[in-house]
Write a protein that binds this ligand. Structure first.
Ligand code: HEC
Ligand code: HEC
Length: 448
């Protein structure tokens, strides 16, 4: 009897010691764990834990491009190498731009502005936000696209088919449309090489963005030994080529995962990594919001295509791509030509949404509050998209103001890894300024 009294007393002390907040938190953690276990395709929340950048064995990869530390390091330099800009449309731009011009680490690997500018741009600012058209350029000479760049962070988790229309890659959704590879979009002929989307697309990306590697350049920029170490099995006539560059850059991009985001830490057992608001937001995400119906991968991306009826970028920006590229607005239908694919776009990752306040493929929403409101109301904004194409999962959610605020907190803070600049090299072997090397960018970046 006496021991029971002591036990009751101890319990009481324990209860008083716990503030109601930590008590809530524990209940909330348990509820969230149960929810996520239930929603996980494997029945376990560990499904959503992404592999660390150094965990090469567990990062998703293309069997034709196995990850090695040598490739990853080489790719981490080449992604930013302005010295590869040797095939500009206008001599003024010679060796002044790189992949990083539009995928800026400080802006969560997006351009820092509504539309990215590669060659033909001038200036950088802090994170690409003040890059403008160079005076020496005609608009048609500029490297600009009529669609917002996808985030390359976590691309490993949806790399089978890349781009908003998923046109690159020989696997996954593209298997059943192999007859049209190279037909409507000549560049997709590259799918016949048999690589995953990322590896395939970056070959084309180098051409589109006017970058070129040659043996002479590899030597003069100081990369030859690194190519030799990364690609000992490639014959010498391919070893210092755009194919090798694509494989190295793809390897690098596969390692840039947002593993330090609070939600990732929480999944790994650090219950204090997220606030109560973020945890309640995660509950909304998996329950009433039904967001994971489409955002299915560990990075909340997917190699699946849906129409949400959002507005296109060319309604909003100054620099237009040529008319032949207007088919970007048709989404997957622009690649396959099939009615059933019209206006459907790839499901993007939901990590690191803060870097630039431009959401959806047309940058039509300027805050996460607006995005959540759009999903809650489920009224398509683009009159060109027929109602029959709109995803059936895109329907009014009836969220309360509190639930919307919590969901925004989860997206904004819970899914934000604030340290992704760790993936940016401190310097290039060539010593070149990066990600841009035009005179104004050089000054702003602090290269001179
Ligand atoms: C002028 C700006 C610009 C430059 C320079 C640029 N990109 Fe992009 N990137 C984009 C845009 C825009 C998209 C989306 C295009 C689309 O889906 O049609 C994109 C998409 C991507 C994707 C697709 C990710 C996914 O989830 O499907 C990858 C990978 C990528 N870029 C890598 C690169 C590499 C590698 C380079 C250098 C060779 C590069 N980018 C240079 C603008 C740019
Ligand atoms: C029907 C499938 C589907 C559902 C359900 C869905 N999404 Fe999406 N989501 C998409 C697609 C597809 C896109 C890209 C659409 C586009 O830009 O055309 C997208 C884009 C987004 C973006 C913009 C990301 C970026 O890089 O611009 C955010 C944020 C987002 N979704 C959050 C959510 C949230 C939160 C929910 C739940 C309330 C949700 N989604 C439910 C398919 C879906």
């Amino acid at each position: 009897m006496k021991s029971l009294k002591i036990l009751t007393l101890l319990l009481l002390i324990l209860l008083v010691a716990c503030t109601s907040d930590t008590f809530d938190r524990e209940q909330l953690d348990l509820d969230l764990m149960n929810t996520i276990n239930r929603e996980s395709p494997t029945g376990d929340l560990s499904y959503f834990i992404m592999a660390n950048s150094t965990d090469l064995a567990n990062l998703p990869q293309d069997p034709k491009n196995p990850l090695t530390a040598e490739k990853v390091e080489l790719g981490s330099f080449l992604f930013f190498e302005t010295g590869m800009g040797i095939v500009p449309e206008n001599e003024t731009g010679m060796q002044s731009y790189s992949c990083g011009s539009c995928h800026v680490p400080e802006a969560d690997f997006k351009p820092g502005r509504r539309q990215g500018i590669g060659e033909g741009g001038f200036g950088f600012g802090y994170k690409g936000e003040s890059r403008v058209k160079h005076n020496a350029y005609e608009e048609v000479q500029m490297d600009v696209q009529g669609i917002r760049p996808l985030n390359v962070l976590n691309v490993a988790y949806s790399a089978e088919n890349t781009l908003w229309n998923g046109s690159f890659g020989s696997v996954a959704a593209n298997v059943e449309v192999s007859d049209i590879w190279g037909v409507i979009d000549p560049a997709t002929e590259l799918n016949h090489l048999g690589y995953h989307g990322l590896e395939t697309q970056n070959i084309e990306g180098l051409r589109v963005h006017r970058l070129l590697m040659t043996r002479e350049l590899a030597e003069s920029l100081g990369y030859k030994d690194r190519f030799d170490a990364a690609f000992p099995d490639l014959p010498e006539d391919q070893r210092y080529s755009n194919l090798a560059v694509s494989l190295a850059i793809s390897a690098y991009l596969r390692t840039i995962t947002t593993t330090e985001a609070p939600f990732q830490k929480w999944l790994k057992g650090d219950m204090a990594a997220m606030s109560n608001e973020e945890k309640r937001g995660a509950m909304v995400f998996f329950n009433q919001g039904n967001c994971n119906a489409c955002h299915t991968s560990p990075a909340f991306s997917a190699v699946k295509f849906f129409a949400l009826g959002v507005n296109d970028l060319d309604d909003l920006v100054t620099f237009k791509e040529g008319p032949e590229l207007a088919k970007k607005n048709l989404g997957r239908g622009g690649f396959t030509g099939r009615e059933s694919d019209m206006f459907k776009f790839k499901v993007p990752t939901l990590y690191n949404l803060q870097g630039t306040p431009f959401y959806f493929h047309g940058s039509s929403k300027l805050s996460l509050d607006e995005v959540v409101e759009y999903f809650d109301r489920a009224v398509p904004e683009n009159p060109d998209v027929p109602a029959s194409q709109i995803a059936s999962e895109f329907r009014p959610l009836g969220l309360t103001e509190q639930q919307k605020a919590d969901l925004v907190a989860f997206l904004k803070y819970g899914l934000q890894d604030t340290g992704v600049v760790r993936y940016k090299p401190t310097a290039l072997p060539s010593g070149n300024c990066f990600p841009n090397a035009d005179p104004l960018s050089k000054r702003e970046i602090g290269c001179e």
